[in-house]
Design a protein around this ligand. Structure first.
Ligand SMILES: [Zn+2]
Length: 221
């Protein structure tokens, strides 16, 4: 009987996860088309160099931060937890698919999650990827603290701070909703060789665009 109850609970929790990823109404990424132009707070990135702590999580390359890099948006302050990359980039702008995106995940003291999305087009070599690509661990085996090396996430922030904002979600199971989603309007560049090198390790790890449903996208110029 006990076993039956545990399996029923387990099945219920698995189906809740599946239902958000499949049937959630506020999922990321999206194709950004119609927007509401509004003035809004400029993001204030107070990022600092941090010891380089890199992992291959089996899905992407992830860099964890030491809680000293923060982002202020209006009245709320968020702490940078980690960033990672997707190819293709996920969020589209007027139907344009970007070959890569960086997701910088932040959390406020009250637990609010905020993702900053930085899109890439191919062009010039990117300095962050130049540092990271040769250091991606060969297999999925947790964090690797790189002695003597540091990284500053400010190198992933575009010079212009205009952005789109919408109510989104985590893009992998359990696809948790209620994540503030900030898509920077100005893309960065990476070289074709860097894109190929990343795709050689993690091909097609971007999620397809999700239906907008009743959401609106705010555009802060
Ligand atoms: Zn992501």
């Amino acid at each position: 009987m006990k076993l039956f109850i545990w399996s029923a609970l387990l099945l219920a929790s698995v189906s809740v996860q599946a239902s958000l990823c499949e049937n959630g109404k506020r999922q990321s990424p999206i194709n950004i088309t119609a927007t509401q132009k509004r003035s809004g707070p400029e993001p204030d990135f107070a990022y600092h160099p941090a010891p380089l702590n890199i992992a291959n999580d089996g899905h992407t390359v992830r860099v964890r931060f030491d809680k000293r890099s923060t982002l202020r948006l209006g009245k709320e302050q968020y702490t940078l937890q980690q960033f990672h990359f997707h190819t293709p980039g996920g969020d589209q702008i007027h139907g344009e698919e970007f070959p890569m995106a960086a997701h910088l995940l932040h959390k406020s003291a009250s637990g609010q999650l905020l993702a900053v999305v930085v899109l890439f087009r191919t062009g010039k070599e990117n300095s962050v990827l130049r540092q990271l690509l040769p250091l991606i661990p060969p297999k999925q085996d947790g964090d690797h603290l790189q002695a003597g090396l540091s990284i500053d996430a400010v190198s992933l922030v575009p010079r212009q701070h205009a952005y789109y904002r919408y109510a989104g979600s985590l893009t992998a199971a359990p696809c948790t909703e209620g994540v503030e989603w900030i898509v920077m309007k100005q893309p960065l560049e990476l070289s074709g060789e860097q894109l190929a090198a990343y795709r050689n390790r993690f091909a097609d790890n971007g999620r397809a665009v999700q239906p907008l449903h009743q959401r609106s996208v705010v555009e802060v110029p």
